[in-house]
Design a protein around this ligand. Structure first.
Ligand SMILES: Cc1ncc(COP(=O)(O)O)c(C=O)c1O
Length: 442
């Protein structure tokens, strides 16, 4: 409120846009796509270098640049892990990781209620059964619910570090070890996140990353599988390729009978690896920008007890790409979201920057029709009806995870682009303050 304003002017400036008042802003917020905003001459030069070499395949070429091999060692070094295998997508990374771990029919894999459809499909495609566990107010796997879901059939757990911030990986790791089951970390949405200074993807037996366009660094599509164990690495190399190992020259090697497997064809190409090498160098800056914007906004919201902020396991290790706020009930969350959107807290039409979590599509278990309906690609019930998977009937319909359902219904997710200006941040803060006062939630 500016000094010198009349009471009428003050009342008018407080009138919510949803009630016909003037919106805080009319220009859409920038689209999310963290890595894209940092794409510049460095990526262009890298792509040109590869194109000029006329060597687009990772294992041989007329003038091989070894972009994929170099990216793998640079990414592994950056994470602080022994091995990395680049693949063509995060979905492929999850699939190859489960193959390398030997997952198949007769086994269960525990997954959180909040994830991405690819997490469930990776398990189903291996012939195993996904078992849902609740999330807690970190919006990642609840360790207590996870432990309750362990049965003699449980092969492992997928901890998904959702919406930019790490899950309670140390608790999940401890429980997984106690029960002798694997821990696969899905870091697609949290590349560069840390807990107590250690990067996500390095706590579990194996980690999966995505470099699709919405991710913290990107080559449009792409992914990576990382691990410390040599045997798991060799199996991952074989599974992501043709089912066999490769020698130092990139030639197929049929000498190791431990690696007579089946390949899935997820090899990454030189062009995308060259982009990823440039993006990796920029990742700390990208994360730094999102983190700084998010925590400025979060700080302002701390003044409002009616707004519950997502519990962050280690704020220094949050990559910052999303802000989640939770309210006392679904009506309140709906009113706040509609009012914020009317104040101009939206992106361009194709973006989904500021939505109720129930509208967050295939991230919610009960929004995934193939899971809810237990669809099978063979039309004969694979994997649900396999004899090895006979057991208790499992429901994936809404209501299967009531704690998560309640969090979804009461929460709003706001993307924090990596290129927010101070003015954009001011507008987001002003819109929240105006809406919370206007709806008597201050
Ligand atoms: C948590 C999570 N896992 C896996 C994936 C799959 O990655 P991709 O789109 O690269 O296949 C995504 C992508 O959106 C994701 O968000």
């Amino acid at each position: 409120m500016r000094s010198g304003q009349t009471v009428t002017e003050i009342n008018e400036s407080r009138r919510l846009a949803i009630d016909g008042g003037k919106p805080v802003r009319t220009e859409p917020l920038p689209l999310e796509f963290p890595g894209i905003h940092y794409l510049d001459d460095e990526e262009i030069a890298a792509a040109l270098r590869v194109l000029k070499s006329k060597s687009l395949f990772r294992f041989y070429g007329v003038d091989l640049q070894e972009e994929v091999a170099n990216f793998e060692s640079e990414f592994a070094r950056w994470l602080g892990i022994n091995h990395a295998v680049a693949v063509t997508s995060g979905t492929g990374a999850l699939s190859v990781a489960l193959s390398a771990l030997g997952v198949g029919p007769g086994q269960e894999v525990i997954i959180p209620a909040y994830m991405w459809v690819a997490v469930a499909s990776a398990v189903v495609n291996r012939g195993a059964i996904p078992v849902l566990a609740e999330i807690d107010n970190t919006f990642t796997l609840d360790p207590v619910s996870f432990e309750k879901q362990i049965t003699p059939r449980t092969a492992g757990v997928i901890l998904v570090h959702m919406s930019g911030a790490p899950g309670d990986v140390k608790a999940v790791q401890r429980i997984a070890r106690q029960h002798g089951i694997f821990l696969l970390e899905d870091c697609a949405q949290c590349n560069g996140g840390t807990v107590d200074g250690q990067k996500v993807g390095t706590f579990g037996d194996i980690g999966a990353f995505s470099f699709q366009m919405n991710k913290n660094m990107t080559s449009g599509e792409g992914g990576c599988v990382v691990m410390n164990d040599l045997c798991l690495y060799q199996r991952t190399v074989a599974c992501h390729d043709l089912g066999y190992g490769r020698d130092d020259q990139g030639r197929l090697s049929l000498n190791d009978s431990n690696c007579f497997l089946w390949g899935e064809g997820y090899r990454l190409d030189e062009l995308r690896a060259s982009l990823l090498r440039a993006q990796l160098r920029k990742l700390p800056r990208i994360i730094g920008a999102m983190h700084s914007s998010k925590y400025r906004i979060r700080k302002a919201l701390e003044a409002f007890p009616s707004v519950q902020l997502r519990r962050i396991i280690d704020p220094r290790g949050d990559t910052g790409c999303f802000l989640i706020t939770t309210y006392k009930d679904r009506e309140t969350a709906g009113r706040v979201n509609r009012a914020l959107r009317a104040e101009g807290i939206v992106t361009h039409p194709q973006g989904v920057s500021n939505v109720l979590m129930t509208e967050w599509g295939l991230h919610l278990y009960h929004n995934i029709p193939s899971l809810v309906n237990k669809t099978s690609v063979d039309g004969r019930g694979f994997p649900w009806k396999l004899a090895e998977n006979a057991g208790p009937e499992r429901s994936y319909a809404k209501g299967a995870c009531p704690v998560s359902d309640s969090l979804f219904e009461r929460s709003i997710i706001l993307a924090i682009p990596s290129c927010l200006s101070e003015r954009d941040e001011d507008d987001i803060i002003e819109a929240f303050e105006k809406v919370l006062h206007g709806l008597s939630l201050a």
